[in-house]
Every structure is written in C-alpha cells, then in structure tokens.
Design a protein. Structure first.
Length: 271
C-alpha cells in the first residue's frame, strides 16, 4: 500500500513536470532516467522509499516479530514525539544550511561554461516542492528503517553492546551515499554515529527521521529554488565547511532532543 502510494505520487509528479515543462530542455546524462530532473529525482526517491514496506515485511515474516518494533520500543511510530522533534529539527537545520550557503557562496568560482544558478519561476518551484516534499519523508524513513533500525537490531542480536551495530551501520550509511570528498564521507559517518546514539537514547527512530527529513526537504527546496535539481552531487561531496558546521550542529540537535526526551519521560526501553 505504501509503495503503491509513493509510486503514484512520483508518476503524477513526473507527468505534471512534463506537462508544465518544469525544467529547461537538457540532454540526459548517463545516470539519469528522464531528461527532466524533477521526474528523474522523483523516481529515484520513490525507488528508495520501497525500503519501508520491505523492512516492515521482513521484520514481521522473516524476523517473526511485530513490524512496529523496528520503529520504536513501544512497537509503533510515536507521531506526537516525531512532531516535537521536527519542531526542533527544522529551524536548526534551516540555520545550519543558511550558514553553509553564506560561508560557501563565493568559495569556488563557477566552472567555465557551467550554467549559473537561476530561479526557475514560481510554477516550476511550487510543483517541485509539492512532489519532492511528498516523497522525501518516505525516502528518509526507508534509510532510517534500514540503517538505524533493522540492521542495528539485527547486529544487536549477536553482540551485547549496541555500539558495534551503530559503527558498522554508520560506515555502511556513509558508503551508501557514494565515494566523493573525504570531508563528505567523514560528515556522513560522524552524523550517523550521533544519530545512532540518539536512537538508543530516545528508544526509537522518530528523532532521526525528523532531522533527516528536515535536512533533505530544505536541501531540495534550495536546489529547486536555484534551478539545480539536475545536480547529481550527494552529501558525500560535501565541502569541508559543511563538515565544520556538522561537528557543531549534529551534537547540538542530539543533545537538545535527548534532554527533551528525558524531561518528557519518553520510553527508552520496551515496557
């Protein structure tokens, strides 16, 4: 059901992008399915989102346990707690991205012949935001259910401490984004370690899903506003400035949310 809904949204977005000509004509690169960057990105996000039902099905029928145990210690996704985490994540992530943009705006001169960033217009921007923001939560949830949920729990069955699982899955999470800059790889691994710690401290995936959604949603919004959806760079290509900011903001968010969780007595262990 979830996979069909995600696929429907992506196909509808692709069709609307083609009808409204949301992006200027461009030659398709080797790693693109469609020439239109919005349609191409939508299909990629939808393909990743299929990981959510796959993990839940695997936990139920292969792991022989309730699928909700992947979400949290109470056996379900705690929507109220997720919304409270989002209220912290979105303004904090907006500040982090804003500082990064200000820091790197003129850091590197534009390559010769490369198209300059330009506002695509309101109709294409609104369409891009509607499609991408509908898909990002599912794509993010899939990554978190795989890397911070199912894999950590799977490794945790064989070792007493959660840290071997957190370290291994953090490494896999960084590698899954591709091999780019060293600063990008360190940023991803460092963030994933903090996120793994936060899952343990809060007893569920809600806090990291909120932050991950905020990061991706705002990053895609910025790319859409600048007409750079065709840019195939990932977090693995992040510059050293992004790593410096992440060294501060990752623990800041995690420690703040962990403190809120402690004050609100959020369950950390199975009742």
């Amino acid at each position: 059901m979830i996979a069909m809904g995600v696929l429907g949204v992506s196909l509808a977005g692709a069709a609307m992008a083609a009808v409204l000509d949301a992006a200027p004509p461009a030659e398709r690169s080797d790693d693109q399915i469609f020439a239109d960057p919005l349609a191409d990105l939508s299909v990629q996000l939808a393909a990743l989102a299929v990981g959510v039902p796959a993990v839940l099905w695997g936990a139920r029928y292969l792991g022989n346990r309730p699928s909700g145990t992947v979400s949290s210690v109470v056996g379900r996704l705690r929507w109220g707690w997720l919304c409270r985490c989002a209220a912290v994540a979105f303004p904090l992530m907006a500040l982090q991205i804003g500082l990064l943009v200000a820091w790197t705006w003129d850091a590197e001169p534009a390559a010769s012949g490369a198209p300059e960033a330009a506002f695509p217009g309101w109709p294409p921007l609104v369409l891009s935001l509607a499609v991408l923001w509908a898909l990002v939560p599912f794509q993010v949830a899939a990554e978190e259910y795989v890397f911070r949920g199912w894999l950590v729990q799977l490794i945790g069955r064989t070792v007493r401490s959660p840290w071997p699982g957190i370290m291994v899955t953090s490494l896999l999470f960084a590698l899954a984004h591709g091999l780019g800059e060293l600063s990008g790889f360190v940023l991803l691994f460092y963030s994933a370690m903090w996120w793994g710690w936060l899952v343990k401290r809060t007893g569920g995936l809600e806090a990291v899903i909120a932050l991950h959604v905020a990061n991706n949603a705002l990053a895609f919004a910025l790319a859409a506003a600048l007409g750079e959806l065709a840019n195939n760079e990932t977090a693995a290509d992040a510059p050293w400035q992004a790593l410096v900011l992440e060294l501060v903001f990752a623990p800041l968010y995690c420690l703040v949310v962990a403190r809120i969780a402690a004050r609100r007595s959020v369950d950390r262990q199975t009742p």
